[in-house]
Structure formats: structure tokens, C-alpha cells
Design a protein. Structure first.
Length: 365
């Protein structure tokens, strides 16, 4: 997180734009807002700014740019664990079968070898909007680097976004960090750092609205922090990352939303080592896919206490030191261990900045 705070000015830029557009498009006009989708627009533009120094334009234009959000909705329906296999007439080649957890079915559709072969030959049966956007940004950056090199300038020329770092890694280790891997990393950042962040943001606001007592306590904490000078009273209402870390009740509300509604609804999979492994008292042979779901882990009464189906932020403030450590150790919304989500800290940066800023700026209802 200490390294990622360098991106806070980029997040600030999108937060201020988002707050301004919310005021102009919705608060002033009293127009209904699909808030969950609006938060998706915010998250996509932030990750675009951080990765490419260029936001997609969702918030600027108040629209689903290139149908990316709609496409992801269909893709996530496809990759969910179970379902009936039926063709989707409006999307040739796509089904409403949730096949991502059944690889043999996936081989008939998106991973079909014939489809992949045609793709390498330039016949695109499936258009992936995020990949197209990433390829365009990558081409622009490579042209910019070539121009800078011709002028004797450093290749990054003042840019410190993730794409620049990926390309520098390519220059240092061209045998490993190929163009394809740079593109894969850039696309992965867009996937990992947008949709899940938007889901988590929507969950925080949802539970605050469903629990007026909690909403009022958060507002009281924010107002007191401003009055005491712990939060600078900026005209835009924005809150810095450091300031957000001094708000314990807000922190508890966000963590409880993570617990109640983890963004990843699928088992986070691992493969057992060749020699096999014992898991929870049972021996599992090597090469077996295993996984566990945050939705199950987060409802363990032996870890989180009673009323695990209720939104109670106070559990994070009233737990003993030992229990709190165990609770943190069982939070699985970003995964855990060496395979923790690479976008975790970017997501936290966005959430802890936008939520207090939005609550300060608008009365949510």
C-alpha cells in the first residue's frame, strides 16, 4: 500500500470528477441513478487512469463505453459454477451456461481450439472490449516510447502508471515479460481492479442504507473528524487515504460489508501439490483442484460470533485482540496468501477514499 499511495492523485482526479458528475447529472436534476452501475463507471475509470494514464470515459459520458460493463455481465454469467446450457440468440457462440467451473464445457465454447486458431489468424469471433482498449493504449505507449527514444528522453518521460512499469519489466527481462504478457497484465488489472471494487462499494452503501443507525454513526464520526481538524474541510469533500485511516467506525462498516457480501462468489481455486496434502483432516491426492468460498468462511460463528447473518460493524470494534486477529485471518474477499488479489490495495485505496467523500458531499437515500 505504501507504494500504491503514489497513485492517490490519480484516484483523487476521478473521485472529484465522479462527485461533480453525480451532482450535475443526478443531485441537481433529481434524476434516478442506477447507483451500482454508476459505481462500476467510477471503478473502471480509476483503473484506466492508474494503468494507462487515460480513463475510459464512463463517468465523463455517463455511459457504458464500448459495452464493457454489459459484456462483463454476460461473461460472469458464463463463468459461474452451474447452470443449464442454452444458446444466447443475441450473442452467437455464447450460452447462458455457467461453464467456467466445468472446463470440458468451456472447451466447446470460448476455449474451443478452432476458435482460438481462428483468433490467431485474425478472425475474431469474439470481441473483447477491454482487450481492444488495452491493445490501443499499448500501441499508443509504444509509439510514444519510440518517439521519446529518438529524442534522447527516458522512455517513461514522467509517466508512472502500471503500463509503464510493465513495459520497463519487459525491457529488463524480454525473455519472460513478452508483449503478450504485458497485454495480459494490463487486461488483468482492468478485470481485477474494477468489477470487484464496484461490487464492494455497492455493498458498503447498501448496508449503510439498510441500517440507518450505522449510517448516522458514520456521519457523526465524519463530522467530528472535520470539526477536530483530522479531516481537511476541502470544497470538494474529498478525503485523503491517511485521513480515512483515522475513522475507526467507517473502517468497521467497510469490513463488515466485505464480510457480508464478498465480491468473489466463486471458490478461489488452488491445485494440490504432486505429493498430495492433508486439508482439514482429510488427505487429498496431488493435482486435484480444491477451493473454498468467502461466502462460507465469512459466516463462521466460531470466528465472527453470533448473528453472522446480520450487519453489525461493532463486532470489529468490540472483539478482543485475539479474536480480532482471527477475524482478520479469515477474511477471504481478496483471497489469501501468495495468491492474494493483485488489485487488493488499489481497491482499498478507492473504497476508503470514495465512501467518506461521497457521504460528506451527498445525503444518500
Amino acid at each position: 500500500m505504501s507504494a500504491l499511495v503514489q497513485y492517490e492523485p490519480s484516484v483523487n482526479e476521478i473521485v472529484e470528477l465522479f462527485l461533480g458528475q453525480t451532482d450535475r447529472l443526478y443531485a441537481q436534476t433529481h434524476k434516478d441513478c442506477d447507483f451500482a452501475e454508476w459505481l462500476q463507471y467510477f471503478a473502471f475509470d480509476v483503473i484506466g487512469q492508474i494503468t494507462y494514464s487515460k480513463r475510459h470515459g464512463f463517468v465523463d459520458n455517463d455511459e457504458d463505453v464500448d459495452g464493457i460493463v454489459g459484456y462483463l455481465g454476460k461473461l460472469f454469467s458464463y463463468v459461474a459454477p452451474v447452470g443449464l446450457i442454452l444458446p444466447v440468440p443475441s450473442e452467437p457462440g455464447l450460452t447462458n451456461a455457467q461453464v467456467g467451473q466445468m472446463p470440458w464445457l468451456d472447451l466447446l465454447f470460448l476455449k474451443n481450439p478452432l476458435v482460438l486458431l481462428l483468433d490467431t489468424l485474425g478472425v475474431k469471433l469474439f470481441a473483447f472490449p477491454i482487450t481492444i482498449f488495452a491493445k490501443t493504449r499499448m500501441s499508443e505507449r509504444l509509439a510514444e516510447i519510440e518517439s521519446n527514444n529518438a529524442k534522447g528522453l527516458h522512455s517513461r518521460a514522467g509517466r508512472a502508471d502500471l503500463l509503464s512499469m510493465f513495459l520497463e519489466a519487459k525491457a529488463e527481462r524480454p525473455d519472460f515479460m513478452t508483449d503478450q504478457r504485458v497485454l495480459t497484465m494490463a487486461v488483468s488489472m482492468t478485470f481485477a481492479g474494477s468489477e470487484t471494487t464496484a461490487i464492494s462499494l455497492a455493498a458498503v452503501f447498501y448496508f449503510l442504507l439498510r441500517n440507518p443507525r450505522c449510517y448516522e454513526k458514520v456521519m457523526q464520526e465524519l463530522n467530528e473528524a472535520v470539526a477536530q481538524g483530522r479531516i481537511e474541510d476541502r470544497p470538494t469533500g474529498t478525503v485523503s487515504w491517511a485521513e480515512s485511516q483515522s475513522l475507526p467506525y467507517l473502517d468497521a462498516c467497510i469490513k463488515e460489508a466485505f464480510r457480508m457480501h464478498p465480491a468473489a462468489g466463486l471458490p478461489l481455486e488452488r491445485i494440490t501439490p504432486p505429493q498430495g496434502i492433508e486439508i482439514d483432516g482429510r488427505f487429498i491426492p496431488g493435482g486435484v483442484i480444491v477451493g473454498c468460498s468467502a461466502w462460507v468462511i465469512h459466516k463462521r460463528e466460531d470466528v465472527f460470533g453470533k448473528d453472522v447473518d446480520s450487519y453489525i460493524p461493532e463486532r470489529w470494534l468490540e472483539a478482543s485482540k485475539e479474536q480480532l486477529k482471527e477475524m482478520h485471518g479469515n477474511m477471504f474477499q481478496f483471497g489469501a496468501g501468495a495468491r492474494t488479489c493483485i488489485g487488493k490495495n488499489i481497491s482499498l485505496l478507492e473504497i476508503y477514499k470514495l465512501v467518506p467523500a461521497f457521504l460528506r458531499r451527498f445525503e444518500v437515500g
